[in-house]
Write a protein that binds this ligand. Structure first.
Ligand code: HEM
Ligand code: HEM
Length: 186
């Protein structure tokens, strides 16, 4: 079923969740490897790929949030204390925010660095988010630091979130993880 129900996540919500998890992990690995490569012209395609994949992640995040506005989330398990439900909600809201802020900060960095025009997989021209500011000569480094910091905040929050999912599964045994797994109906 495409839509979520009171006790399960729909296939579209699951598709967005796990596709974004996989792409964010691949993208993070490419980013970390790429910044350590020797600065030669041969690294340009790697940077271009990272930027295009990052913009794809941003587009998927927009689609995911748009779908979420039409799709109700399943009920919390009845035994779940209120503070835990509120904590989970806050964690999810933070994750939603970060899947926007990480790619936006990368796009911003690319714009203020102003090295080359940005193309999505060489096909679509993507306009810059602002440009270099002569009154802030360090802006390029500030933007790169923000992008890096936001990425690690996302990884830390996502690790806590994954740990909570595993605690639900192995300790509380309440089906919260199972209802988000692909190809599973509970
Ligand atoms: C969810 C999406 C993204 C993730 C997870 C991600 C992750 C990363 C990571 C981990 C690094 C290495 C940071 C470091 O250790 O210095 C990096 C660098 C970089 N990212 Fe992204 N990125 C994303 C999206 C984007 C986008 C959309 C763009 C541009 C349109 C972009 C442009 C860059 C650039 C140019 C660098 C190199 C920065 C430098 O030279 O210091 N990223 N990214
Ligand atoms: C980059 C990594 C991740 C991000 C950005 C992320 C993001 C999210 C968000 C935003 C939600 C809330 C969905 C909504 O209310 O619309 C969610 C739900 C969920 N996530 Fe993740 N997630 C990540 C990784 C993981 C991993 C690794 C696991 C499992 C080990 C996991 C398990 C779950 C489960 C079980 C739910 C449903 C919770 C419920 O039914 O209340 N997530 N995730």
């Amino acid at each position: 079923m495409l839509k979520s129900g009171p006790n399960h996540w729909g296939s579209l919500a699951k598709f967005f969740h796990w596709t974004l998890v996989a792409l964010i992990l691949v993208q993070g690995a490419i980013g970390l490897i790429m910044v350590d490569l020797p600065k030669r012209p041969s690294v340009i395609p790697v940077y271009s790929f990272h930027k295009s994949l990052g913009l794809t992640i941003l587009a998927l995040a927009v689609l995911r949030l748009a779908w979420r506005l039409f799709d109700a989330r399943p009920h919390d398990p009845p035994a779940m204390p209120r503070w835990q439900a509120l904590g989970a909600r806050a964690g999810h809201a933070l994750l939603y925010l970060l899947i926007f802020l990480v790619p936006l900060s990368g796009w911003w960095y690319d714009s203020v660095a102003a090295l080359r025009p940005l193309y999505w997989f060489g096909l679509i021209h993507v306009p810059p988010l602002g440009g270099p500011d002569p009154s802030i000569p360090d802006l390029k480094h500030i933007a790169a630091d923000r992008h890096q910091l936001l990425f690690w905040v996302l990884i830390a929050v996502a690790a806590g979130h994954a740990l909570m999912a595993l605690i639900h599964h192995f300790h509380n045994r309440d089906g919260v993880l199972k209802r988000m797994l692909p190809f599973t109906r509970i």
